[in-house]
Design a protein around this ligand. Structure first.
Ligand code: 13P
Ligand code: SF4
Length: 311
């Protein structure tokens, strides 16, 4: 059995020998974030992936993020610690069903949240992430009807923020839907000076009581720049690692989940299937590798490029 520091050392040695870089999302376990060359939100990770020069990208996040890395940098070998790192949003929008759904809305501009499969991106006009969704919607002419998929909670938030009418796909994130409003209010009563911050994948009633709504990077910046010293954080618990490192004197309290009695926080089981051991093994084997048809890569690249060109 290798210790964490043995694994870290071996990963660093392999990474150098194989000319690889490790990109990780903020929801990854601490040890993975610590060994990564770059940690970011989904927008920053897709931008970073497009700029990688190394031969191999080890993508420690969920599968749609690794697919995006392959789409934006198709000549690189993209490998993942575990192919089972899915996402309830991507899984809840099967390409065939989505294609049929779109047939009902022929003149609509199709905006998809980056949390969807590469194939769904091929039916998309422009992709967005939680950090640029408002900007993406604003880039579409006012009189143009919009289909937004797959996250209905982010969609409802965008309708409220932009005043645009959008047809929504009925998808949701199982992690962000797990927050309990009742428990959140009870917690806030115990910390009345706290700032409630939430990811826009959360349900409308949670967003209504939030003082700040933003992507994972948005929340990190907000906590850093805010004069407040206590925050209730309604997103996946992995973000607390980076947030606490950046703000050692601030108090960070995970928002409580509806059903969890043992742990107050929400964890994404998909993100957490990746472990340091699996990361080491995938770098050693250069597998599992992300493979996509060239046709899918070409078609899915366009809506991603349109998004990246906006920022
Ligand atoms: P970010 O765009 O904030 O990284 O969010 C990705 C995600 O999967 C949130 O659940
Ligand atoms: Fe998908 Fe939700 Fe996990 Fe993000 S937290 S990867 S949206 S299941």
């Amino acid at each position: 059995m290798k210790t964490t520091s043995d694994l870290k050392e071996k990963i660093l040695e392999l990474k150098k020998r194989k000319n690889a870089v490790i990109l990780a999302h903020y929801y990854q376990e601490e040890a993975i974030q610590e060994i990564a060359d770059f940690v970011g939100d989904s927008l920053e990770l897709s931008r970073k992936a497009s700029q990688v020069d190394a031969d191999i990208i080890v993508f420690a996040g969920v599968y749609f993020m690794a697919e995006t890395a392959k789409i934006v940098n198709p000549n690189k070998k993209v490998i993942v610690p575990d192919v089972k790192a899915g996402c309830s949003l991507a899984d809840g929008c099967p390409p065939d069903e989505f294609k049929n759904f779109l047939e009902k809305y022929p003149n609509h501009t199709v905006v998809t949240y980056i949390n969807c499969t590469a194939e769904v991106k091929t039916f998309t006009d422009i992709v967005c992430t939680s950090s640029n969704a408002k900007k993406v919607i604003a880039s579409i002419p006012e009189d143009q009807p919009i289909v937004f998929a797959p996250d209905k909670n982010l969609g409802k938030y965008l309708i409220a923020e932009t005043g645009r009418d959008m047809v929504l796909w009925e998808g949701s994130c199982i992690v962000h839907e797990a927050f309990s409003l009742e428990k959140l209010i009870d917690l806030y009563k115990k910390h009345p000076t706290a700032n409630i911050i939430a990811h826009p994948e959360s349900e409308t009633h949670i967003l209504k009581v939030a003082h700040y709504i933003g992507s994972t990077s948005g929340m990190l910046n907000h906590v850093k720049n805010s004069p407040n010293d206590t925050f209730i954080v309604a997103t996946e618990a992995g973000i607390l690692h980076q947030m606490q490192l950046n703000n050692p004197t601030k108090t960070l309290i995970p928002a409580p989940s509806k059903e969890d009695n043992t742990c107050a926080c929400s964890e994404c089981a998909f993100m957490k299937v990746n472990t340091l051991e699996k990361l080491y093994q995938c770098l050693q084997d250069e597998s599992p590798e992300v493979h996509l048809d060239n046709e899918i890569i070409e078609k899915a690249l366009l809506p991603i490029q349109r998004m990246l060109a906006l920022n």
